[in-house]
Design a protein around this ligand. Structure first.
Ligand code: NAD
Ligand code: ISE
Length: 335
């Protein structure tokens, strides 16, 4: 059975996911889409033989749409995810699930009232081969109990619209999810240290930022977020355990020896770095949609990261260590 998909938001990542569903995933087809920019929606729809509809709610309500992909701007996500749940349709929502934690809770409550999982959040790192291998090593016990984790999230540059709070809300949000997933436990406190700022930034931005987290069992995590590092897109993660260390591999590339130098290349943005992870994310999502449900990162994960994101933002502004106040995880989400 072919899964018929409707897409809301046909900007950068929306177009990438449409291409992915069309060219990479088998048994799925994009049949409808909408964007605030109607011309853009029409243009993208024409490229894949789909229909451009007037707005996101028309996509959700379209009888030919089996499942929905939300790739519009963050503040619009909650409205569309709630709409998809009301229509009983599986929905894949790019991060963040919602920009406010209370909206994430409304989604969590609506999904529980519906009675089965419909929501998957786009935390694609869980589908990355390196992170999956790292989780396997941690869970096997080979390096003993995890004690410390070192993470790095560097972007080459960011536009002027990117402000200091986005270091966690837009960028570190991926680590907030992957730390919880790798260690299988929640983060209980956050602190943000402000190092000397790079001269190669827009004036308003605190860049880099050093984020420090503690998990429920006492694992300490440091995360450097540096979004104007200039040299490329660089994601690193190392977990130190009682008897060993496991480290994320760098993306595979050739090493060139020439003119007395040994060099390799650094990727320039997140698209090629996580392309294979995005592909697998959609293959697995479509498989779950066929069963009328959702798997992967849940609405609860979306809620937990939204609370953590608020906590870390508060830590940035206050300079203090701030405790995380999460609701109890419902049994519905395996709590
Ligand atoms: P974008 O600005 O390129 O595209 C967003 C599109 O949504 C625009 O075309 C805009 O017109 C449209 N839009 C806005 N409000 C709308 C509404 N109410 N209804 C319909 N369309 C609407 O942004 P982007 O970079 O594609 O990001 C989109 C989302 O994807 C964001 O939430 C972002 O955080 C997320 N994202 C995730 C990753 C990742 O690594 N997983 C990477 C980039 C972006
Ligand atoms: C972007 O929105 C992403 O999600 C990327 O993965 C991240 O590296 C980047 O900093 C964000 O702006």
């Amino acid at each position: 059975m072919t899964v018929h998909i409707g897409v809301i938001g046909t900007g950068m990542i929306g177009q990438d996911h449409i291409r992915r569903i069309t060219d990479v995933v088998t048994g799925a087809e994009v049949v409808a889409m909408a964007d605030l920019d109607a011309d853009r929606a029409r243009q993208v729809a024409a490229g894949v033989g789909a229909r451009a509809l007037a707005n996101g709610h028309d996509v959700i309500d379209d009888p030919l749409v089996d499942a929905v992909v939300v790739t519009s701007w963050g503040p619009t996500h909650a409205e569309y995810v709630l709409g998809a749940i009301a229509a009983g349709k599986p929905v894949f929502c790019e991060k963040p699930l919602a920009t406010k934690a209370e909206d994430c809770l409304r989604i969590v409550e609506a999904e529980q009232a519906f009675g089965r999982r419909l929501v998957q959040v786009g935390f694609m790192r869980r589908y990355d081969a390196g992170y999956r291998a790292m989780k396997q090593v941690i869970e096997s016990g080979e390096i003993g109990a995890p004690l410390v984790m070192h993470c790095v999230h560097r972007n080459a540059t960011v536009p002027e619209t990117y402000h200091s709070d986005m270091a966690v809300q837009d960028t570190a949000v991926h680590e907030l999810d992957i730390i919880r997933w790798l260690l299988g436990e929640d983060i209980v406190s956050a602190q943000v240290i402000k190092p000397r700022r790079t001269s190669r930034r827009f004036e308003h931005l605190q860049d880099p930022q050093l984020m420090l987290f503690e998990t429920a069992s006492g694992v300490r995590v440091d995360l450097e977020v540096f979004v104007n590092c200039r040299y490329g897109y660089d994601i690193q993660c190392e977990t130190v355990g009682e008897t060993g260390v496991v480290r994320l591999p760098d993306p595979a590339d050739v090493w060139v020896r020439t003119a007395s130098h040994l060099r390799t290349n650094v990727l320039q943005d997140w698209k090629p770095r996580f392309a294979a992870a995005f592909d697998l994310e959609f293959v697995e999502w479509v498989a779950s949609v066929r069963d009328g449900t959702a798997a992967g990162p849940s609405a609860w994960d979306g809620y937990a990261t939204a609370v953590l994101s608020d906590t870390t933002t508060e830590a940035l502004h206050s300079g203090r260590v701030v405790s995380v106040r999460l609701k109890d995880r419902p049994a519905f989400y395996g709590g």
